[in-house]
Design a protein around this ligand. Structure first.
Ligand code: FBP
Length: 272
């Protein structure tokens, strides 16, 4: 619908690319993720910084949106994620994300898009698929785009492919996201431009964004990774730890924006 298309555009610049800040870690990993730079455990402080640096969009769970959503200026896309899991669960039970909020809540909180994770290949795939279908059906009815964090994981994937980042696995997850109705996909890096380009192809025109991952010691290494994603036809990145675990995230975000939107060489972007 026109509503879905208009809202999706709030995240992307005219080049069709976006840099989105992710901040669901306090729930999904636990507050220890913020200990690298403890000040950023306060959502207002870090959101103010990322918005000031010119970020295109932000992603969070409903509670932080309610508390600090007013830091997200009207020109910044707001993505509200409705599923998660805590790291407190036994490892074997962590292959399922549960729904912790509802589409209507997200709409009331000013969301421009609704996000949900699916662990494709998990023993709990059935429940997650159904959960995604319910969220997507309702959101689409109301004219809201749906973002799928398409994360293949589970024992069978490890057994058959060795690692969840194998491009055949990531590509499968991206394709499953498309076929289950996602309007935007967030997924893992496959290790090379060639393989990531296949993931982008499998998504058949639905934008594919990189899921940031653990902070790299050298900031330029992360800029290079994002540059590879862009060169492979990716639509940008959703980045958490590589932003909020840095002492001074603002210049780093500006460098990321130059790589994403101006195809600037990572070394040059880092210097500017
Ligand atoms: P990062 O850039 O820090 O990796 O954030 C992206 C993200 O998807 C978060 O939204 C989420 O909390 C986390 O990574 C999940 O990571 P994992 O399930 O791999 O531990």
């Amino acid at each position: 619908s026109i509503g879905i298309r208009r809202r999706l555009k709030r995240f992307f610049r005219r080049d069709g690319r976006a840099l989105i800040f992710a901040m669901d870690h306090g729930f999904e990993h636990g507050p220890t993720d913020f200990e690298e730079h403890w000040e950023h455990v306060n959502p207002r402080i870090i959101l103010r910084k990322v918005v000031r640096a010119g970020i295109d969009g932000v992603m969070m769970l409903p509670g932080l949106a309610r508390m600090a959503g007013d830091e997200v200026k009207p020109n910044v896309g707001m993505m509200i994620k409705l599923t998660s899991k805590t790291n407190l669960r036994p490892k074997g039970d962590q292959l399922l994300q549960s729904q912790l909020g509802f589409v209507e809540d997200a709409v009331k909180l000013g969301a421009d898009a609704i996000a949900a994770t699916v662990y494709w290949g998990s023993p709990q795939e059935d429940a997650m698929m159904r959960q995604f279908a319910e969220i997507a059906s309702y959101a689409h009815d109301l004219g809201f785009p749906v973002v799928q964090f398409a994360y293949p994981r589970g024992p069978y994937i490890n057994e058959k492919y060795g690692r969840k980042e194998d491009y055949r696995v990531v590509m499968y997850g991206a394709r499953a996201a498309v076929e289950s109705g996602a309007d935007m996909i967030k997924t893992y890096w496959t290790g090379s431009r060639e393989t990531f380009a296949k993931v982008v192809d499998a998504a058949a025109g639905i934008p594919v964004l990189l899921s940031g991952g653990a902070k790299t010691d050298n900031p330029v290494d992360f800029l290079k990774l994002v540059w590879d994603v862009i060169e492979a036809g990716g639509a940008g990145a959703v980045v958490g730890r590589n932003i909020f675990q840095r002492e001074d995230p603002e210049p780093f975000i500006k460098a990321l924006l130059r790589v994403v939107h101006r195809n600037e060489d990572p070394e040059e972007a880092a210097k500017a």
